[in-house]
Design a protein around this ligand. Structure first.
Ligand SMILES: Cc1cc2nc3c(=O)[nH]c(=O)nc-3n(C[C@H](O)[C@H](O)[C@H](O)COP(=O)(O)OP(=O)(O)OC[C@H]3O[C@@H](n4cnc5c(N)ncnc54)[C@H](O)[C@@H]3O)c2cc1C
Length: 501
């Protein structure tokens, strides 16, 4: 029987380093498919910017593929229905795709697709495209596995495909999909644009990376801005890793130690990307519940319905009207642009979780909608880490005042985004910082001292913690809160980025 291959595109909107596409080139007939799934559009993390960016990436991709013989169909509907329907138009025997570490709805969909493939006699083959390892037994040795994958030769691009004769309808518009327009100016979405951004960063843009990444004033230009391309797959992690290593070697050879140093700081983050995704892969439930069950039910949003006061605090935070200027400036900037640097994302979550005492399930979907680069594995792990619900990480409470003093000392960022700051029109603080933090710290540190919480922390560390951090087991050795007390301790946030822990 001739092999007919269907390449199912998901978060891999590129031609290069694409194993499913390469495999399809060896088939007797092939087609590509992208499905706009109603489950995606209806999910609490979806925002129109995500669809607009996807469609903008699909347009040049399907042109490039069509020029090489492969039709890329874009259909809307539940993936299973679309796959079943398509089989009557194109009798594919093989379904090729990349592995996905996605939200719960995509996991459920994959189970249904796998069951149907078995029953319909379609051979579904999946390839990894990041450092995430399926059915990982132990985190020991994970870092070496990551490097081995990233150092492997990229998949060569096929010269062409024996394309099936299938008519390609025009790409739908947001309006046709019933999705409201979105106001943000989006970055160019093509694979070529992603490669240009990468090349620019490696050729010199990354020189000041380590200095630039903390302040929202400098990070916009000084960070790589590759996250959306990695999330939607215009670039593979392996491409970014290998191009970066080459650029570092070249910079060293050329005596450009500043650039080499900046880029080395950048490459360590690439591992974090996969490290955090691995957590969701290993434990899909962390999208919905705390890593550390000992922290269950602490905050509004994690149990009984949220009361009006918590709802008001949530609204003030979402609107960027908390009366804390650095928090409000960051939120308004994020809402306008779809991007924010890591430190300020962490501060927004820390503020919501500690100052406003809101559970991350309340704030996480809202932030996911604001981030163009929403990547479930990173997002939910980080939401929990910055909220103190992993049980294993340093409790890090960011002081908005200190962040402003250190990263916007002249108040330029705040003035740009909160022009009414300093006038009577500016909101009064939504909570009293001193009492809010006392409550948060007493509760969190008190909880961490309990034997149950410590035993649970060991289990989380064994399953999800980085071996690099070399964290000792907590059993039998209570972790002490730092000596400083009260507001002083809260204001002095811990700046060490032990993100692997
Ligand atoms: C609460 C919270 C939620 C987040 N949600 C996301 C998300 O949904 N998607 C996402 O890509 N990043 C997320 N991050 C991580 C980080 O903020 C972004 O990756 C980064 O700001 C993207 O900008 P950049 O590409 O210029 O990053 P750079 O600083 O140039 O870093 C390069 C790449 O390294 C990876 N990276 C950098 N920092 C981290 C990190 N802390 N954890 C994991 N990977 C990292 C990203 O892939 C990034 O593109 C989140 C951070 C926090 C605190």
């Amino acid at each position: 029987m001739p092999a007919h291959a269907l390449v199912w595109f998901k978060r891999d909107l590129r031609l290069a380093d694409h194993a499913p596409l390469a495999a399809a080139a060896a088939s007797d007939m092939a087609a590509g498919l992208f499905v706009i799934e109603p489950e995606w559009l209806a999910s609490a993390e979806f925002d129109p910017q995500h669809l607009e960016f996807t469609l903008a990436a699909l347009a040049p991709l399907r042109e490039a593929l069509a020029a090489r013989g492969l039709p890329l169909l874009v259909r809307s509907g539940s993936a299973l229905q679309v796959l079943m329907q398509l089989r009557s138009e194109f009798a594919y025997t093989h379904l090729f795709s990349h592995e996905e570490t996605g939200p719960g709805w995509s996991y459920t969909r994959d189970l249904a697709v796998a069951a149907w493939c078995r029953q319909a006699g379609v051979a579904w083959q999946e390839w990894p495209q990041t450092g995430v390892v399926r059915r990982l037994r132990s985190r020991s040795g994970w870092s070496d596995q990551w490097l081995k994958r990233m150092d492997a030769a990229p998949v060569p691009a096929a010269a062409g495909w024996p394309g099936a004769r299938l008519p390609m309808a025009a790409l739908p518009t947001l309006q046709e999909m019933g999705v409201p327009p979105q106001p943000r100016p989006l970055p160019a979405a093509s694979e070529a644009a992603a490669n240009r951004v990468l090349a620019g960063f490696l050729a010199g843009g990354g020189r000041g990376y380590r200095r630039a990444l903390s302040s929202p004033l400098t990070a916009e230009q000084g960070c790589s801005r590759l996250s959306a391309y990695l999330a939607f797959g215009q670039l593979s992690m392996r491409q970014v890793h290998q191009a970066s290593e080459l650029a570092i070697a070249r910079a060293r050879d050329a005596g450009d130690t500043d650039l080499a140093y900046g880029l080395r700081g950048f490459t360590s983050r690439l591992r974090w990307h996969c490290h955090f995704m691995q957590k969701l892969e290993d434990e899909p439930a962390i999208e919905f519940r705390n890593f550390a069950r000992a922290t269950d039910g602490l905050r509004p949003g994690d149990g009984p319905p949220v009361d009006a006061a918590a709802q008001d605090r949530l609204s003030a935070w979402c609107e960027g009207c908390t009366g804390y200027p650095m928090v409000d400036a960051c939120m308004r900037s994020l809402r306008a642009s779809g991007w924010l640097n890591f430190r300020m994302r962490a501060m927004l979550v820390s503020f919501a979780s500690y100052h406003l005492w809101l559970h991350w399930r309340l704030t996480g979907p809202f932030l996911a909608r604001q981030f163009l680069d929403f990547e479930p594995g990173i997002h939910w792990s980080q939401m929990q880490m910055q909220s103190g619900t992993t049980g294993i990480n340093t409790l890090r409470i960011y002081s908005p005042a200190r962040q402003a003093a250190e990263h916007d000392s002249e108040g330029r960022f705040v003035r740009r985004w909160v022009p009414e700051f300093g006038t009577a029109a500016y909101a009064a603080p939504v909570v009293d910082e001193r009492s809010a933090l006392k409550h948060a710290k007493d509760t969190m540190y008190g909880l961490r001292q309990t034997p149950e919480a410590r035993a649970e922390a060991d289990a989380v560390q064994a399953r999800h913690g980085s071996r690099k951090a070399g964290l000792p087991s907590t059993a039998g050795k209570p972790r002490q809160p730092r000596k400083r007390t009260g507001l002083q301790a809260a204001a002095k946030d811990s700046l060490q980025l032990d993100l692997f822990t």
